[in-house]
Design a protein around this ligand. Structure first.
Ligand code: COA
Length: 377
């Protein structure tokens, strides 16, 4: 059979129908289930977006209240899960590697683990979303010698995460910034981690296996791992005045500037619009505007020199930094939000499944003669 041309990185290849989210990369448009990301970032909440992505429509008040409570009920761990967090929080394991193993570990106590029905997968989706946030916050507290904190049922997911992480009630700006960050990261078409989740789900493996694949895929620096690296870059540059030369030197060495470029967008990532504003507000709030100003300078130079635009990871770095969040938690926070998109995509995949199994263009030798090992030179 004659195979089609190789499309490296599957660029431009359409592999499924989906109503989860749509990107117009030329015009910088992102929609979730029909709703523009700008509307959702300005007017919605993470809990509402969970309902939207798992049901394809916005909830009524009663449905919203039900989702709010179901998520709240899952913001707790059993004894084995606490033992697991305590064991790894005090090791040298990176929180993203911890989270990958944690998602897999959560399968062992999930009563629905091998049930692939829609209802069971929604139940597992709530458990994963609730428990991942608890685990990330607890991991950080325990490694800093602090006791983990109980979530508060009356607060939303974003506010609870900041509370469980820092041990003080976040103010309105911080809580809303986290809520907006969770909304913005929840889904993004067939990005690498979502595709990994769908490939796993398409073998009819269980949801925890699919989400474990996704977390491992998100971890890489070309995907979700970029946000931490952006902040490492800002810290290395140190002062706004050094930013231009630093970027020019890095580009001259043919290095990639983290937080720039995208497979789909050819203009400003619409998510970056909101994170840029949040970065400005939050840096002003702590009186350290240099991280925001440095980000703007880097944007100006990278855009001028390479025509590249910032992606979601660029301004989220200084936003999280200004909220006092440790650098190595930026990617786990991405995962805490994107799990909602992964679950929604798996629901879609299970509902219209076909094994995902592409082909490779074989470029190796053929017809070699097998030589026994004792006769090889
Ligand atoms: C996101 C990313 C992986 C997309 O990759 P892609 O679609 O495969 O694009 P390519 O790697 O083929 O890059 C196309 C060109 O732009 C350049 N480029 C892309 N992103 C760049 C960046 N961040 N810094 C410098 N140059 C970049 C490449 O060097 C390449 O140039 P060339 O054609 O002269 O070789 C890529 O832009 C990147 O590595 N960005 C930095 C990591 C990042 O921020 N990831 C988060 C994504 S949300």
């Amino acid at each position: 059979m004659q195979l089609a041309e190789v499309r490296e990185g599957l660029e431009g290849v359409v592999v499924a129908n989906s109503s989860m989210s749509w990107i117009d990369g030329e015009n910088g448009v992102l929609i979730y289930q029909g709703y523009n990301i700008h509307d959702l970032a300005e007017k919605s909440t993470f809990e509402e977006v969970i309902f939207l992505l798992w049901n394809g429509r916005l909830p009524t008040q009663a449905e919203f209240d039900d989702y709010f409570k179901r998520l709240s009920d899952e913001r707790q761990l059993n004894d084995q899960e606490w033992d697991f967090v305590r064991r790894y929080a005090n090791s040298q394991v990176h929180p993203m590697a911890f989270l990958r193993t944690a998602v897999s570990f959560l399968a062992h106590s999930d009563p629905d683990v091998e049930d692939n029905s829609h209802e069971a997968n929604v139940r597992k989706g709530f458990r994963l979303t609730g428990k991942m946030a608890v685990m990330v916050a607890a991991f950080d507290r325990i490694r800093n010698g602090k006791e983990p904190l109980q979530a508060k049922p009356e607060w939303n997911h974003a506010k609870n995460f900041l509370w469980m992480l820092k041990g003080r009630e976040p103010d309105e700006l911080e809580a809303r910034a986290m809520d907006v960050a969770l909304i913005l990261h929840a889904d993004h078409g067939f990005n690498a981690s979502t595709f990994a989740a769908r490939v796993t789900a398409a073998t009819l493996s269980d949801l925890h296996s699919a989400i474990t694949s996704a977390v491992g895929t998100l971890k890489g620096p070309l995907h979700g791992g970029a946000n931490t690296r952006v902040m490492q870059m800002l810290l290395e540059i140190g002062e706004v005045e050094r930013a231009e030369q630093w970027v020019l030197d890095a580009l001259a060495r043919k290095e990639r500037i983290m937080g720039f470029g995208h497979r789909v967008y050819r203009t400003m990532d619409p998510r970056a619009v909101h994170l840029r504003e949040l970065s400005k507000k939050l840096c002003e709030r702590i009186g350290e505007t240099k991280w925001y100003e440095m980000s703007e300078k880097i944007f100006e130079v990278v855009h001028r020199e390479k025509g590249l635009w910032p992606n979601v990871d660029f301004f989220s770095a200084s936003t999280y930094y200004a909220m006092g969040i440790p650098l190595d938690l930026y990617t786990p926070i991405f995962a805490m939000s994107r799990v909602v998109g992964w679950v929604g995509h798996c629901l879609e995949q299970y509902a219209h499944n076909r094994l995902i199994r592409p082909r490779a263009n074989y470029v190796g030798p053929k017809g070699l003669q097998y030589v026994p090992i004792d006769q090889r030179t």
